[in-house]
Design a protein around this ligand. Structure first.
Ligand SMILES: [Zn+2]
Length: 198
């Protein structure tokens, strides 16, 4: 334990996902030694992320405007909607340059033990989109882990009710138990092009 502000900083950093106690300590001491200008930039970025970023009205992706860049892009096929858990998964799929449709960000995955049920996710919004627009394919690209699979299974059941809608799931080959964002581009490209109807 350190005294005062240093320990506070280590504690706060340690709350971030993927940052263990050792990394938190390393980052804290890095920041202590950093130039004031660097700290000011970081401060600025942290502040702006809460003030300047909103979630897209349509897809739920992070956006600088009411509607995100992808939803505004007329070249993106509105008939094909790729459903992901988090905005970072949109980035992962965009990196493959394989997908030309639109996205729908759920905001997580079903996880009853953590109190995340269908109402905590943007599932109603998804059904609304499919019902009111000419969506012909929904690609389920939830994470290849227990929660992601459970979410996909749940959605498949709901989406069965839409006539003329094809529901596909990313092909296997993604490392099980992992996060979509950690899959390399080639694996993700293959999973996307080899998607199967469910
Ligand atoms: Zn959007």
């Amino acid at each position: 334990m350190y005294e005062g502000p240093v320990q506070d900083l280590i504690d706060e950093l340690g709350r971030l996902p993927g940052v263990g106690p050792k990394s938190a300590q390393r980052i804290a001491f890095h920041l202590l030694a950093a130039e004031p200008a660097d700290i000011a930039r970081l401060q600025d970025a942290l502040q702006k992320v809460k003030e300047g970023v909103v979630f897209c009205d349509i897809c739920g992706n992070v956006s600088e405007q009411q509607t995100c860049r992808i939803c505004r892009d007329a070249r993106r096929d509105p008939a094909s909607v790729c459903v992901v858990e988090e905005p970072k998964d949109v980035l992962a799929i965009e990196r493959t340059r394989e997908f030309k449709g639109r996205y729908h960000v759920l905001g997580g995955a079903l996880d009853p033990l953590s109190g995340i049920g269908p109402d905590q996710l943007r599932i109603r919004e998804l059904l609304g989109r499919i019902g009111s627009q000419d969506v012909t394919e929904v690609i389920l690209a939830t994470d290849p882990n227990t929660e992601g699979e459970a979410t996909a299974t749940y959605l498949i059941r709901l989406l069965k009710d839409f006539p003329g809608l094809t529901v596909t799931r990313l092909a296997s080959g993604l490392p099980m138990g992992g996060d979509l964002e950690f899959a390399d581009e080639l694996t993700l490209t293959r999973a996307l092009s080899g998607r199967r109807t469910v």
